[in-house]
Design a protein around this ligand. Structure first.
Ligand SMILES: *[C@@H]1O[C@H](CO)[C@@H](O)[C@H](O)[C@H]1NC(C)=O
Ligand SMILES: *[C@@H]1O[C@H](CO)[C@@H](O)[C@H](O)[C@H]1NC(C)=O
Ligand SMILES: *[C@@H]1O[C@H](CO)[C@@H](O)[C@H](O)[C@H]1NC(C)=O
Ligand SMILES: *[C@@H]1O[C@H](CO)[C@@H](O)[C@H](O)[C@H]1NC(C)=O
Ligand SMILES: *[C@@H]1O[C@H](CO)[C@@H](O)[C@H](O)[C@H]1NC(C)=O
Ligand SMILES: [Cu+2]
Length: 170
Protein backbone atom coordinates (compact mmCIF):
# COMPACT_ATOMS: atom_id res chain seq x y z
CA UNK A 1 0.00 0.00 0.00
CA UNK A 2 1.31 3.38 -0.97
CA UNK A 3 1.07 5.51 2.15
CA UNK A 4 3.53 8.09 0.96
CA UNK A 5 1.64 8.68 -2.25
CA UNK A 6 -1.75 9.04 -0.69
CA UNK A 7 -0.31 11.00 2.21
CA UNK A 8 1.14 13.50 -0.16
CA UNK A 9 -2.16 13.75 -1.99
CA UNK A 10 -3.94 14.36 1.29
CA UNK A 11 -1.59 17.20 2.12
CA UNK A 12 -2.26 18.74 -1.26
CA UNK A 13 -5.98 18.36 -0.72
CA UNK A 14 -5.80 19.94 2.71
CA UNK A 15 -3.75 22.80 1.40
CA UNK A 16 -6.33 23.16 -1.34
CA UNK A 17 -9.07 23.23 1.28
CA UNK A 18 -7.41 25.94 3.31
CA UNK A 19 -6.65 27.93 0.24
CA UNK A 20 -10.23 27.50 -0.91
CA UNK A 21 -11.59 28.63 2.42
CA UNK A 22 -9.67 31.86 2.28
CA UNK A 23 -10.31 32.52 -1.38
CA UNK A 24 -13.68 30.96 -2.10
CA UNK A 25 -15.63 34.05 -1.30
CA UNK A 26 -13.75 36.41 -3.51
CA UNK A 27 -15.29 37.17 -6.80
CA UNK A 28 -12.26 36.60 -8.94
CA UNK A 29 -13.40 33.35 -10.48
CA UNK A 30 -15.97 34.92 -12.74
CA UNK A 31 -13.79 37.14 -14.85
CA UNK A 32 -10.30 35.73 -14.83
CA UNK A 33 -8.76 32.40 -15.62
CA UNK A 34 -7.38 30.06 -13.03
CA UNK A 35 -4.68 28.77 -15.31
CA UNK A 36 -1.11 28.94 -14.11
CA UNK A 37 -1.58 27.62 -10.57
CA UNK A 38 -0.35 24.27 -11.71
CA UNK A 39 -2.32 21.92 -9.54
CA UNK A 40 -5.77 21.52 -10.81
CA UNK A 41 -8.87 23.35 -11.80
CA UNK A 42 -10.58 25.80 -9.53
CA UNK A 43 -14.35 26.02 -9.78
CA UNK A 44 -15.73 29.36 -8.77
CA UNK A 45 -18.54 28.85 -6.31
CA UNK A 46 -22.09 29.70 -7.22
CA UNK A 47 -22.68 32.65 -4.98
CA UNK A 48 -26.28 33.16 -5.95
CA UNK A 49 -27.43 29.57 -5.62
CA UNK A 50 -28.40 27.67 -2.50
CA UNK A 51 -27.02 24.26 -1.63
CA UNK A 52 -26.11 22.05 -4.57
CA UNK A 53 -27.09 18.44 -5.12
CA UNK A 54 -24.08 16.54 -6.41
CA UNK A 55 -24.10 13.08 -7.90
CA UNK A 56 -21.01 11.31 -6.59
CA UNK A 57 -18.88 10.22 -9.54
CA UNK A 58 -20.95 12.24 -11.99
CA UNK A 59 -22.28 9.98 -14.71
CA UNK A 60 -20.09 7.16 -13.39
CA UNK A 61 -22.15 6.92 -10.20
CA UNK A 62 -20.70 4.86 -7.31
CA UNK A 63 -18.84 1.83 -8.64
CA UNK A 64 -15.69 -0.23 -8.30
CA UNK A 65 -12.49 1.08 -9.89
CA UNK A 66 -13.31 4.75 -10.46
CA UNK A 67 -10.91 7.22 -8.84
CA UNK A 68 -13.22 9.11 -6.46
CA UNK A 69 -10.40 11.02 -4.85
CA UNK A 70 -9.62 12.51 -8.21
CA UNK A 71 -13.30 13.09 -8.89
CA UNK A 72 -13.74 14.95 -5.58
CA UNK A 73 -10.64 17.00 -6.27
CA UNK A 74 -11.86 18.00 -9.71
CA UNK A 75 -15.49 18.60 -8.78
CA UNK A 76 -15.04 20.29 -5.45
CA UNK A 77 -15.17 22.29 -3.43
CA UNK A 78 -18.38 21.20 -1.81
CA UNK A 79 -20.26 23.41 0.57
CA UNK A 80 -21.98 23.16 3.87
CA UNK A 81 -25.56 21.88 3.32
CA UNK A 82 -24.73 20.49 -0.12
CA UNK A 83 -26.23 17.07 -0.76
CA UNK A 84 -24.11 14.20 -2.06
CA UNK A 85 -26.03 11.50 -3.93
CA UNK A 86 -24.66 7.96 -4.12
CA UNK A 87 -26.22 5.86 -6.87
CA UNK A 88 -25.48 2.17 -7.19
CA UNK A 89 -27.38 -0.92 -8.27
CA UNK A 90 -29.19 -2.83 -5.54
CA UNK A 91 -28.13 -6.45 -4.87
CA UNK A 92 -31.09 -7.65 -6.93
CA UNK A 93 -29.51 -6.04 -9.99
CA UNK A 94 -25.83 -6.69 -9.54
CA UNK A 95 -23.39 -9.29 -8.33
CA UNK A 96 -21.14 -6.56 -6.92
CA UNK A 97 -23.21 -4.51 -4.49
CA UNK A 98 -21.88 -1.39 -2.83
CA UNK A 99 -22.54 0.61 0.30
CA UNK A 100 -21.49 3.87 1.93
CA UNK A 101 -19.57 4.18 5.19
CA UNK A 102 -18.10 7.11 7.08
CA UNK A 103 -14.60 6.43 8.35
CA UNK A 104 -13.67 8.03 11.67
CA UNK A 105 -10.38 9.69 10.79
CA UNK A 106 -7.68 10.29 8.23
CA UNK A 107 -5.66 7.23 9.14
CA UNK A 108 -8.58 4.83 8.78
CA UNK A 109 -9.33 6.55 5.48
CA UNK A 110 -5.81 6.08 4.17
CA UNK A 111 -5.69 2.44 5.26
CA UNK A 112 -9.34 1.62 4.48
CA UNK A 113 -9.75 0.36 8.03
CA UNK A 114 -13.49 -0.19 8.49
CA UNK A 115 -13.44 -1.42 12.07
CA UNK A 116 -14.76 1.83 13.56
CA UNK A 117 -16.59 2.98 10.45
CA UNK A 118 -20.23 3.95 10.54
CA UNK A 119 -22.52 2.51 7.90
CA UNK A 120 -24.70 5.25 6.46
CA UNK A 121 -26.18 3.36 3.50
CA UNK A 122 -26.54 -0.36 2.96
CA UNK A 123 -26.41 -2.06 -0.46
CA UNK A 124 -30.11 -1.57 -1.08
CA UNK A 125 -30.12 2.20 -0.59
CA UNK A 126 -28.34 3.25 -3.77
CA UNK A 127 -31.14 2.37 -6.16
CA UNK A 128 -33.65 4.69 -7.71
CA UNK A 129 -32.83 8.28 -6.86
CA UNK A 130 -29.86 7.10 -4.85
CA UNK A 131 -28.80 7.61 -1.28
CA UNK A 132 -28.82 11.29 -0.28
CA UNK A 133 -26.39 12.62 2.29
CA UNK A 134 -26.35 16.25 3.44
CA UNK A 135 -23.05 17.82 4.49
CA UNK A 136 -24.51 19.48 7.57
CA UNK A 137 -21.61 19.27 9.99
CA UNK A 138 -18.42 21.31 10.12
CA UNK A 139 -16.10 18.34 9.90
CA UNK A 140 -14.08 16.41 7.38
CA UNK A 141 -16.07 13.55 5.91
CA UNK A 142 -14.27 10.36 4.94
CA UNK A 143 -16.55 8.38 2.63
CA UNK A 144 -15.86 4.81 1.57
CA UNK A 145 -17.57 1.75 0.23
CA UNK A 146 -17.60 -0.87 2.96
CA UNK A 147 -17.99 -3.98 0.85
CA UNK A 148 -15.59 -6.90 0.89
CA UNK A 149 -13.94 -5.76 4.10
CA UNK A 150 -12.16 -2.78 2.59
CA UNK A 151 -11.37 -4.27 -0.79
CA UNK A 152 -13.69 -1.88 -2.62
CA UNK A 153 -12.22 1.04 -0.68
CA UNK A 154 -8.62 0.01 -1.15
CA UNK A 155 -8.33 -1.67 -4.51
CA UNK A 156 -11.59 -0.34 -5.93
CA UNK A 157 -10.69 3.28 -5.01
CA UNK A 158 -14.22 3.79 -3.71
CA UNK A 159 -13.30 6.48 -1.21
CA UNK A 160 -12.94 10.24 -1.02
CA UNK A 161 -12.87 12.95 1.56
CA UNK A 162 -14.83 16.18 1.73
CA UNK A 163 -14.31 19.25 3.89
CA UNK A 164 -17.43 21.40 3.59
CA UNK A 165 -16.71 25.00 2.70
CA UNK A 166 -18.46 28.03 4.01
CA UNK A 167 -20.81 29.64 1.52
CA UNK A 168 -20.80 33.37 1.97
CA UNK A 169 -24.30 33.98 0.67
CA UNK A 170 -27.01 31.37 1.07
C1 LIG B 1 -9.22 31.42 -20.26
O1 LIG B 1 -8.11 30.90 -20.94
C2 LIG B 1 -8.43 30.38 -22.21
C3 LIG B 1 -7.18 29.71 -22.77
O2 LIG B 1 -6.04 30.43 -22.41
C4 LIG B 1 -8.96 31.50 -23.10
O3 LIG B 1 -9.32 30.98 -24.37
C5 LIG B 1 -10.19 32.08 -22.44
O4 LIG B 1 -10.67 33.16 -23.20
C6 LIG B 1 -9.87 32.54 -21.04
N1 LIG B 1 -11.09 32.96 -20.38
C7 LIG B 1 -11.14 34.10 -19.69
C8 LIG B 1 -12.45 34.37 -19.03
O5 LIG B 1 -10.19 34.83 -19.54
C1 LIG C 1 -24.58 27.73 -10.97
O1 LIG C 1 -25.71 28.52 -11.26
C2 LIG C 1 -26.15 28.46 -12.59
C3 LIG C 1 -27.28 29.43 -12.79
O2 LIG C 1 -28.28 29.23 -11.85
C4 LIG C 1 -26.54 27.00 -12.90
O3 LIG C 1 -26.96 26.90 -14.25
C5 LIG C 1 -25.34 26.10 -12.67
O4 LIG C 1 -25.71 24.75 -12.87
C6 LIG C 1 -24.83 26.27 -11.27
N1 LIG C 1 -23.60 25.50 -11.10
C7 LIG C 1 -23.43 24.66 -10.11
C8 LIG C 1 -22.10 24.00 -10.04
O5 LIG C 1 -24.28 24.45 -9.26
C1 LIG D 1 -6.33 8.94 -8.12
O1 LIG D 1 -6.04 10.14 -8.79
C2 LIG D 1 -5.11 10.94 -8.09
C3 LIG D 1 -5.05 12.28 -8.77
O2 LIG D 1 -4.88 12.13 -10.14
C4 LIG D 1 -3.78 10.23 -8.06
O3 LIG D 1 -2.82 11.02 -7.40
C5 LIG D 1 -3.96 8.93 -7.30
O4 LIG D 1 -2.77 8.20 -7.34
C6 LIG D 1 -5.08 8.11 -7.92
N1 LIG D 1 -5.35 7.03 -7.00
C7 LIG D 1 -5.22 5.78 -7.34
C8 LIG D 1 -5.50 4.78 -6.29
O5 LIG D 1 -4.92 5.45 -8.47
C1 LIG E 1 -28.43 24.40 6.46
O1 LIG E 1 -29.66 23.73 6.33
C2 LIG E 1 -30.45 23.81 7.49
C3 LIG E 1 -31.65 22.91 7.30
O2 LIG E 1 -32.27 23.15 6.09
C4 LIG E 1 -30.83 25.25 7.75
O3 LIG E 1 -31.63 25.36 8.90
C5 LIG E 1 -29.56 26.06 7.92
O4 LIG E 1 -29.88 27.42 8.04
C6 LIG E 1 -28.62 25.86 6.73
N1 LIG E 1 -27.37 26.51 7.05
C7 LIG E 1 -26.66 27.18 6.16
C8 LIG E 1 -25.41 27.82 6.64
O5 LIG E 1 -26.98 27.26 4.99
C1 LIG F 1 -32.83 -3.33 -12.19
O1 LIG F 1 -32.63 -3.75 -13.55
C2 LIG F 1 -33.80 -3.67 -14.33
C3 LIG F 1 -33.49 -4.27 -15.70
O2 LIG F 1 -32.21 -3.86 -16.13
C4 LIG F 1 -34.25 -2.23 -14.42
O3 LIG F 1 -35.42 -2.12 -15.19
C5 LIG F 1 -34.53 -1.71 -13.03
O4 LIG F 1 -34.87 -0.34 -13.09
C6 LIG F 1 -33.32 -1.89 -12.16
N1 LIG F 1 -33.66 -1.52 -10.81
C7 LIG F 1 -32.96 -0.63 -10.12
C8 LIG F 1 -33.47 -0.34 -8.75
O5 LIG F 1 -31.98 -0.07 -10.58
CU1 LIG G 1 -18.24 -0.99 -3.50
Amino acid sequence: MDFTGSGRLMLVMMAASLWGMSMANRDWGSGSNQTGWGWGPYHPPNQTEGPNIINVGGSENWHFGFNYTEWAFQNGPFYYNDTLVFKYDPPSNTTFPHSVYLLPNLWSFLTCDLRRAKKIADPTQGGGDGFHFVLNRWRPYYFACGERNGFHCNVGRMKFMVVPFFRWHH
